[in-house]
Design a binder for this molecule. Structure first.
Ligand code: ZN
Ligand code: ZN
Length: 248
């Protein structure tokens, strides 16, 4: 073990000891809780867990259970290329704090907590998944942020479910500008050909579960799904930590 590795190990061990000695804070507020990775009772009550009835296609929660079909209007008009999608939480102020704390802060331990919620919401999808594939981050952004949040979620889900993870199955061929303000059509054009499968043998003939932190327009997940299907994936489902309520 080199000096740096030893230093890192020492820091990791010290953190583990501190984690067990220091009181744990709620995932989204400063309240003390029994153990790490938990909501306090108030935050648990207000957390927007997505439960049935929901659109099987995109995971958007229905206010009222629709008659017959379990697909929302947006998916009926423009069906996504993936099979089914699920999200653990609706994207609101509270889940935003959770996801941003995980994405931009150093609270990577939130990955385990989010993965547990995702495993509950996506149990059916995890059950048929043969490989977990995270949405890739462009290398330049990866350097700036030091980690790919989707890969952390995929690895945490892999540990929970035993499904293998192909963390680098997909890659961004080119960096794309933030998609925030663009229309659905403009997003799709921007992402066209932006994502490629690095090793088709790793996904060919397999049922893939694509993992991401937040589903907004679904444009990125569509581009990833198209690339995976073109590489011969047997099927693709999508599992995210949080999704916006009205996608389009
Ligand atoms: Zn709380
Ligand atoms: Zn839908």
């Amino acid at each position: 073990m080199g000096l740096r590795a030893a230093g890192r190990w020492g820091l990791g061990a010290a953190r583990t000891v501190l984690d067990t000695l220091l009181p744990a804070h709620c995932l989204t507020c400063e309240a003390l809780v029994e153990g790490p990775g938990q909501f306090c009772p108030d935050c648990f009550r207000t957390a927007s867990f997505i439960t049935a009835p929901l659109c099987l296609s995109c995971g958007v929660p229905f206010v009222h259970a629709p008659h017959g079909t379990m697909v929302c209007d947006a998916c009926a008009i423009d069906p996504p290329p993936w099979g089914e999608a699920r999200a653990a939480l609706a994207y609101d102020a509270q889940s935003r704090r959770l996801v941003l704390g995980f994405k931009h802060g150093d609270r990577t331990e939130l990955a385990a907590a989010l993965a547990r919620m995702m495993a509950r919401a996506g149990a059916a999808l995890l059950g048929r998944a043969e490989v977990l594939v995270p949405v890739p981050l462009h290398r330049r952004r990866l350097l700036a942020r030091r980690f790919n949040q989707s890969a952390l979620l995929a690895r945490a889900l892999g540990r929970l479910s035993g499904v293998p993870v192909a963390a680098d199955a997909l890659r961004r061929v080119r960096a794309t500008a933030p998609l925030g303000e663009l229309s659905a059509g403009a997003r799709a054009r921007m992402l066209d050909g932006a994502i490629a499968v690095r090793r088709p043998a790793g996904v060919a003939g397999r049922h893939v579960l694509l993992v991401d932190d937040v589903l907004t327009s679904g444009a990125t997940a569509r581009a990833c799904t198209a690339a995976l299907l073109a590489a011969g994936a047997a099927g693709v489902d999508v599992l995210v930590a949080a999704r916006v309520r009205s996608p389009r």
